[in-house]
Design a protein around this ligand. Sequence first.
Ligand code: GTP
Ligand code: SPV
Ligand code: MN
Length: 590
Amino acid sequence: MATPLPRTDRPARAPKAVAAFVDEVARLTQPERIHWCDGSQEEYEGLLALMHERGDLVTLNQDTHPGCHLHRSNPSDVARVEHLTFVCTHHSHDAGPNNNWMDPADAHRLMRDLFEGCMRGRTLYVVPYCMGPIDSPYARCGVEVTDSPYVAANMGLMTRMGSAALERIGRDGKFVKGWHSTGELDPDRRYIMHFPEELTIMSYGSGYGGNALLGKKCHALRIASWQARSEGWMAEHMMLLGLESPQGKTYYVAAAFPSACGKTNLAMLIPPGSMPGWKVWTLGDDIAWLHPGPDGRLYAINPESGYFGVVPGTNPHTNRHAYDMIRRDTLFTNVAVTADGQPWWEGLEDGTPVTDWQGRPYDAKNGPAAHPNSRFTVSAKQNPICSPMIDAPAGVPISAIVFGGRRRELAPLVYQARNWSHGVLVGASVASETTAAATGKVGVVRRDPMAMKPFCGYNFGDYWAHWLAMAGKVERLPKVFHVNWFRRDKDGRFLWPGFGENLRVLEWIIGRCEGKAEAVETPIGWLPAPGALNTKGLDVSAATLAELLSVDAEAWRTEMAEVAEYLDSFDERTPADLKAELADVQRRLG
Ligand code: GTP
Ligand code: SPV
Ligand code: MN
């Protein structure tokens, strides 16, 4: 019996290749109808109304939080699933030991079985999107087909989604194909598959963030990093900010920290009262694409147009801008709710949760009220310090690249790499305590080179070689630094106040880029000289500051031996120059 064709509202001007892709998906998945997203406000509201109808969305208090809604994920689907995420290349070596690998033919077979008939009775949404300013030569497009209205609505906030993207695809002729279905939300039938050689992503069985919003980690990092390597640019897990000095000069800084380690908060930093005249402008909070520019500098764009940010910890003292930004027109995922329908999370001083993130009456015995990886989705335009440069087609020139991790010990507050290749080693050596952003144990130190462990779409050995090779493509490379906001004392308290006070570290970094700020040389790199870090109005004792800026040679010898072992695990793909940098640090450590 022939299956009836689904109803579709395909626009007359849809590019043929996109129509053919949608037909292919529809033939296999058998949706009841097909909706081509145009990205309009009416469409967004329609998606929300539909989710309400289906019981997938809770309306929050519209007096205190106009336009805000809550989505509760399936409790088994609240974070990225790294063990179910695969890079499927013809040669397993190209994916590298840093990725789970599956043969592309096997992966296609597996995924076709899962997708077969999975959209019966459902609507298939066609979500054309553009990563990057719509008229930027650096932007890249994709089409995500999904049976989740939650995904379609989130993609509308997170990307330049709809008609303009579809038109650009018509001009480009090329796009990343993203297959997505929530399936049965069964963890045993859940896979996030990447086929970089085919510019294709297939994601099944999850509706959550990085697993399902395919423009984000799947496209803008895993697939893009693969493309970037062959095309001579970089796709990185970096926030991007403009720092305006009291003299009125703006410097652009990119920072790579692992998931839930402070990118959003740094990108939205509010200067402390004791540092008048400084201003921070947010370009991006999660992903940056870096390109050699025409003037010999490295230029960055943020491919996204919204934030999918960590909610817990957000309050008027840690991040007033973020707190204000998410009081209207925000989609919350997995937060708790107060008696009068306001969203609530740990770290908020006001309010009392009555319903937890799973929709149960709140009981402390069940753990936190909001899920530790609860998130907000909001358009970047709502950020009161959103940089006017976010739509600049050519991006912004980067002065400094900052790596960081969450480490209770060892890594000092800040240090500077001696040069680019040493900086690549510093990035490759990043380690950080795991967080709730991915399923699995929290608080375990693991190596997370360039904060890209879960996101690099190819062999780390090749990736480091690509980083080193940028020295031949960019005349005036950014200076490279490492920071750690998360050192703790023996009672577990943070040694550094963090948040707005991190501006002191940024000021030193900019000073170094200008050749002004004083530094002392140590075996691991340059640290602020005594007095070089601005401590005016800072409530940190001299002893604590000394501890934050100390280098324990014995502990670093152990660390570097571990790094050596780690680099060796990538076999002959690890560049010899990187090992030489490491040997140099080891020699300096004695
Ligand atoms: P992803 O979106 O997962 O990539 O994370 P992110 O790097 O953007 O992390 P985010 O800024 O959302 O911070 C995650 C957590 O770290 C939040 O709970 C913050 O409150 C906390 N945090 C951020 N900056 C600081 C800091 O300077 N000091 C301390 N102690 N905590 C911080
Ligand atoms: C991260 O985990 O680094 C995130 C959230 O930014 S997700 O979109 O789920 O990847
Ligand atoms: Mn991230």
